[in-house]
Design a protein around this ligand. Structure first.
Ligand code: B12
Ligand code: SF4
Length: 594
């Protein structure tokens, strides 16, 4: 029996048998809340966004969420794609019995006197990123979303290992920067944070040093492969069947992290091999990770990447959903302008993808089984002034002046084809004025007025590490939000609940629930600016009356360009890239096409 390491946190006073074989030399893991893949994407997003005191809500909805599957040797059956690639990268140099990927609760089975590195992959360990931080801060205790609690729990387990002195802890993944920025190395017992991809030879060098017991730098930045062949693919099962489709984006939004990576469309052959590997290892679901699925097939071709390659996309997705064993397929991220550029592409993708979508929106979908597609799309702002400053190419080939029209027209095309995206909005951008917020409120009301639907996810501006807005400061706490910013936030959530309110008890439950919650906790936390928007959200007083009382701003109708007008606004040099079968071509373009 062995006791915990001296610096271990209280509560980790467990003793256990060390692994009989001395443990593995390199042990890979991730927080449990980032590994689980049943119940779909939404459970992880909820775990990232709700505070730990609301864990009971998740437990009630998904009583089995902590149950995971093991391989016969006790290692993890599935792991986030990031962990799988670290594993794959290391297996270029180390033997497979030197490396293991395991669940946090199984660390003691693999960490022993032979262990030299425990490597942790994290997506969002401290919850200080956009959307995640904001909701926990609305509900209080902003520093402890459920995911963050489980991340800390993982680090505490590692810290408590009786073998802690003989191994190094290396952290990587898209959330590593949160450790650097909050300087939580000591607290979490982390030796080094790696920023960048595991494929890099510098990452291998770091592991070599750690294995030799050399001191590691606190922070290492490693290079991203610039060639598509430099990216590795998993040949074991990944969480949610995530397989990378592209890296980078190309639209150059100033606040964006993934756009800093090179724009690469990964080879179909390798994507398909990774899909089949997932299926072979028991996965029934697949999701292609991308910032914008629509650039795949159009990167570094003679056509600008923002005119999607319809045939290539349809061919790729067709092969994926028709792979024997793939029962479910979920979309990840995309942009909205391609829906305006090529509505027929959206239709063809719907025909292919809806049958395998696990998402059902009974009230919204016109599909016979009420299936829907719900990619994540950035709306960010309805203010053209703001959009010009932070994301001037977001809507290309259309001018950013037309951004509100691109959003409305794009959403119309998507909704008609049963795509009901989750759309993110940023509140409190640096320099955001009341007029900017009013413009965004106008757009949100226009969405409502036209009967369109998107699940609107407002978040508070977070200056993300390394981006061109890293040094900028916006709103930092919910208490600083203005009445208009609060109203925008609560209006989005009110609209999100529309499809859930088609029961006689629904609206009443919300009214009573939200007012009760306000009285109990939220009034003190979020300050006086929150009160009227919350009353609007609850529906206790009608929006008309609240406007009459001067308490809220009800958006004014927007003049929105039709698809035909948007297409007509393109430069003549872009006409050659438009598909005639979508219609709406300007006369001169039609003549040129003959
Ligand atoms: C798929 C995805 C999801 C899925 C699945 C996540 C999962 N657990 O598998 C879902 C929808 C659930 C999700 C949820 C969230 N996500 Co997400 N997601 C992605 C996406 C599109 C792909 C991630 C992926 O698997 N990439 C492929 C793998 C191979 O890349 P990787 O993990 O970065 O790993 C590489 C390197 O980081 C490195 N590496 C990774 N781990 C390690 C470890 C070590 C030791 C080393 C050395 C290197 C290393 O090597 C790998 C390559 O070789 C990314 C965007 C992107 N393109 O990365 C956003 C992204 C990671 N998500 C993001 C966010 C914000 C979230 C949420 C907080 C959103 C929310 N509010 O709900 C939640 C958090 C969930 C949680 N549990 O905490 C942000 C992260 C921002 C940040 N941390 O600063 C990103 C970058 C999106 C964005 N545009 O900003 N996400
Ligand atoms: S469109 Fe999305 S992924 Fe592309 S640069 Fe903008 S925020 Fe980043």
């Amino acid at each position: 029996m062995i006791s915990p390491h001296e610096g271990a946190a209280p509560g980790f006073q467990v003793t256990y048998e060390p692994p009989a074989d001395g443990g593995r030399m390199i042990v890979l893991t991730a927080p449990l809340t980032e590994i689980i893949d049943h119940a779909g994407y939404f459970i992880q997003m909820a775990l990232a966004s709700l505070p730990i005191w609301m864990e009971g809500v998740i437990n009630r909805k998904y009583p089995k969420w902590r149950e995971v599957e093991h391989n016969p040797d006790g290692s993890a059956r599935y792991m986030p794609a990031g962990v799988r690639l670290v594993e794959k990268s290391l297996l270029r140099e180390y033997r497979s019995d030197d490396v293991v990927a395991c669940f946090p609760d199984d660390l003691h089975k693999f960490v022993g006197p032979r262990t030299r590195v425990v490597a942790v992959s994290t997506h969002n360990p401290l919850g200080v990123t956009f959307a995640a931080g904001v909701y926990t801060s609305i509900f209080g205790s902003s520093k402890m979303p459920i995911n963050s609690h489980y991340s800390r729990d993982l680090f505490a387990k590692i810290k408590a290992s009786p073998f802690r002195q003989s191994f190094k802890v290396i952290v990587g993944g898209s959330g590593g920067w949160q450790i650097i920025q909050t300087d939580t190395y000591e607290e979490l017992s982390i030796d080094c944070v790696v920023e960048g991809r595991s494929e890099s030879l510098e990452t291998l060098e770091l592991f070599r040093k750690a294995i030799q017991g050399e001191e590691l730098p606190r922070q290492v930045e490693v290079k991203h492969p610039v060639e598509r062949d430099g990216i590795l693919f998993p040949d074991t099962r990944t969480t949610f069947g995530v397989v990378e489709m592209t890296t980078g984006c190309g639209r150059r939004c100033k606040f964006c992290v993934p756009d800093l990576n090179p724009q690469i469309a990964l080879p179909k052959k390798k994507i398909m091999e990774a899909v089949r590997a997932n299926v072979r290892n028991g996965n029934k679901q697949i999701s292609l990770a991308t910032e914008d699925m629509f650039i795949w097939g159009q990167v570094h071709t003679n056509t600008p990447f923002y005119f999607p390659n319809r045939e290539a996309l349809v061919d790729l997705y067709s092969d994926i959903v028709n792979t024997p064993g793939v029962e479910q397929h979920v979309l990840s991220h995309c942009t909205i302008a391609p829906a305006v550029v090529d509505p027929l592409l959206i239709k063809q993708l719907s025909d292919l993808l809806l049958p395998k979508s696990p998402i059902h929106f009974p009230v919204l979908s016109s599909h016979p089984q009420k299936k829907a597609l719900a990619p994540l799309i950035g709306l960010e702002t309805g203010s053209v002034r703001m959009a010009k400053q932070i994301m001037s190419s977001k809507g290309v080939p259309f001018s950013i002046e037309d951004w509100p029209s691109v959003v409305i027209e794009g959403l119309r095309v998507l909704n008609e084809n049963n795509w009901f995206p989750a759309m993110t909005l940023i509140i409190g951008n640096p320099g955001e004025t009341d007029d900017d917020v009013r413009d965004t409120i106008d757009l949100v009301y226009e969405i409502e007025r036209r009967g369109l639907f998107a699940f609107l996810v407002p978040s508070i501006f977070t200056p993300l590490h390394d981006t061109r807005m890293e040094k900028e400061r916006g709103v930092t706490q919910t208490r600083q939000l203005t009445p208009l910013q609060w109203q925008l936030m609560m209006k989005c959530w009110k609209m999100n609940l529309r499809p859930g309110q088609y029961s006689w008890w629904g609206p009443m439950a919300w009214r009573v629930g939200s007012i009760g919650m306000w009285l109990y906790k939220l009034r003190g936390l979020n300050g006086p600016n929150f009160t009227w928007p919350l009353l609007m959200f609850s529906g206790a007083i009608s929006e008309k009356n609240l406007q009459r009382m001067g308490k809220i701003y009800r958006g004014k109708p927007l003049k929105v360009k039709t698809r035909k007008e948007l297409i007509a606004s393109l430069k003549p040099k872009d006409w050659q890239y438009l598909r005639a079968d979508n219609g709406d071509l300007p006369l001169a373009a039609r003549a040129a096409a003959v």
